[in-house]
Design a protein around this ligand. Structure first.
Ligand SMILES: Cc1cc2nc3c(=O)[nH]c(=O)nc-3n(C[C@H](O)[C@H](O)[C@H](O)COP(=O)(O)OP(=O)(O)OC[C@H]3O[C@@H](n4cnc5c(N)ncnc54)[C@H](O)[C@@H]3O)c2cc1C
Length: 338
C-alpha cells in the first residue's frame, strides 16, 4: 500500500482549499488498515479518515495520517421475495451506488441521488434529501476502531441516527473508519414524493407513472439546477444545519418576523430553514475576497478560487453571530472543520 508524504489535500476536498497531509494512505482493504496501524509511530499522531472530502473544511494541515477510504465492492448478501441486503464498501461513490440500486430495481435510496461523497460517510451524518434519510435503509454499519484495532458491528439502533447526526459524529467521532455498510432495500417501491420541490418537479416533467428511475431523474434535475457543482465552484453543500427550536420560541419569533417559515418536527419542535435566516441578515451573494455565500443558496458557502479554510471559517462565524444577534438562534455547523 503506498504511503505518501507531504501530500496535498486540495483535490481531496470539494471546497478546494489548500491543506497538506504529513502522511496519506489510500486504504483498499481492512487488512491494509490492520497492517499499517500496527506501527507505534501512529500512536502519537492525529489520524483522519477521509472519504471524498465533500463535507469537510480544512483550516490547517493534517500533521498526522490521512486514511483515504477506497474499500470497494457491492455484494448481495441476503435476499427474499420482498427485500435485498447489500454489503457495500465504504469507499464506493454514493451516487454510483444509488444508480446501481435504481438499475436493479432496489428501492429506498433513489431520493438521495447525486449527493456527493462516499458510502462510508453516508451514515456519519445520516445523509438526507427530498424527504428521505439514509437511516431508513441502513441495516448494519461495520467499522474499524483506529485505536483498539477491532472490527465493530453497529445495528441500525446502535447508530443513534438523528437529523444530520449519528453515534459516528458523537461518541465515535474520529475514532473509527466505516469499512462496509449493509443496506436493506425493498423490491417493491414505496415512492417518497411528499417533498414539495420533488412533487413540483414531477408535475413539471408531466409524469403519469412513477418509477425509481423517474424519481431519481427528478431529484437529479432539481439538484443540478439548485446546487453549485463543486467541480466548478468550491463548496461543501449546506454549511449549517436547519435549526430546530421549541414551538414556544417559534411563536415569539413569529410575532416579530411574520414571514418566518417553519416545518413541523413533532408536537414540541419546529425546523427553521437556516437559509432564510442567513438571507434575512443580508448574506446571500456576499463575497469577501474569494470566500463567499452563494448567490442562489444562502446556506452554501463557496470558495471562488483561492480562499483559505480559515477565511471561509471566519466568514461562517460572522454569519452565525449575525443570525444569533437578530433571531437569538445559534446555527450549528453541518460541515466538519479540521
Ligand atoms: C454540492 C453538495 C451537496 C450536498 N448535498 C447534501 C445533501 O443533500 N444531503 C446531505 O446529507 N449531505 C449533502 N452534502 C454533504 C456530503 O455530500 C455528505 O455529508 C457526504 O456523506 C460526505 O461524504 P464524503 O465521503 O465526501 O465525506 P468526507 O467529507 O470525506 O468526510 C466527512 C466526515 O465524515 C468522516 N468520514 C468520512 N468517511 C468516513 C468513514 N468511512 N468512516 C468514518 N468516518 C468517515 C470524516 O472524517 C469527516 O469528519 C452535500 C455536499 C455537497 C458538496
Amino acid at each position: 500500500m503506498p504511503l505518501e508524504e507531504r501530500y496535498s489535500l486540495k483535490k481531496h476536498n470539494t471546497f478546494g482549499v489548500e491543506a497538506c497531509a504529513r502522511y496519506f494512505a489510500p486504504i483498499r482493504q481492512v487488512e491494509e488498515l490492520e497492517e499499517l496501524l500496527i506501527a507505534d509511530m501512529w500512536k502519537s499522531m492525529p489520524l483522519l479518515v477521509l472519504g471524498e472530502g465533500s463535507n469537510i473544511l480544512f483550516t490547517r494541515d493534517v500533521d498526522g495520517l490521512v486514511l483515504k477510504n477506497e474499500i470497494k465492492g457491492i455484494a448481495v448478501i441476503r435476499e427474499t421475495a420482498d427485500e435485498v441486503w447489500l454489503k457495500v464498501g465504504g469507499g464506493e461513490n454514493w451516487h454510483r451506488f444509488v444508480m446501481f440500486c435504481v438499475g436493479n430495481h432496489y428501492a429506498g435510496v433513489e431520493n438521495l441521488a447525486l449527493i456527493p461523497g462516499s458510502v462510508g460517510a453516508a451514515p456519519v451524518q445520516n445523509i438526507g434529501a427530498y424527504g428521505v434519510e439514509v437511516k431508513e435503509v441502513v441495516d448494519e454499519v461495520v467499522a474499524w476502531h483506529l485505536e483498539t484495532h477491532e472490527l465493530l458491528h453497529f445495528s441500525n439502533a446502535d447508530c443513534a441516527f438523528g437529523y444530520r447526526d449519528s453515534i459516528f459524529k458523537q461518541t465515535y467521532r474520529g475514532k473509527l473508519m466505516i469499512v462496509w455498510v449493509v443496506f436493506r432495500l425493498s423490491k417493491h417501491p414505496h415512492f417518497h414524493t411528499d417533498y414539495a420541490a420533488l412533487r413540483e418537479e414531477l408535475h413539471r416533467m408531466g409524469v403519469k407513472d412513477l418509477s425509481l428511475r423517474i424519481i431519481c431523474d427528478a431529484v437529479i434535475r432539481i439538484r443540478t439546477r439548485k446546487l453549485p457543482d463543486p467541480a466548478k465552484i468550491g463548496n461543501a453543500g449546506s454549511f449549517f444545519k436547519n435549526p430546530q427550536i421549541l414551538v414556544a420560541q417559534y411563536g415569539e419569533l413569529k410575532t416579530r418576523f411574520p414571514d418566518l417559515p417553519s416545518f413541523p418536527v413533532d408536537a414540541h419542535t419546529v425546523k427553521i430553514p437556516a437559509a432564510w435566516l442567513i438571507e434575512q441578515c443580508g448574506w446571500k451573494g456576499y463575497r469577501e475576497g474569494d470566500a463567499g455565500v452563494h448567490s442562489h443558496q444562502a446556506l452554501v458557502l463557496v470558495n471562488y478560487g483561492k480562499a483559505t479554510g480559515q477565511q471561509i471559517l471566519q466568514l461562517s462565524e460572522r454569519i452565525r453571530q449575525s443570525v444569533y444577534e437578530r433571531f437569538g438562534i445559534m446555527l450549528e455547523r453541518e460541515v466538519n472543520v479540521w
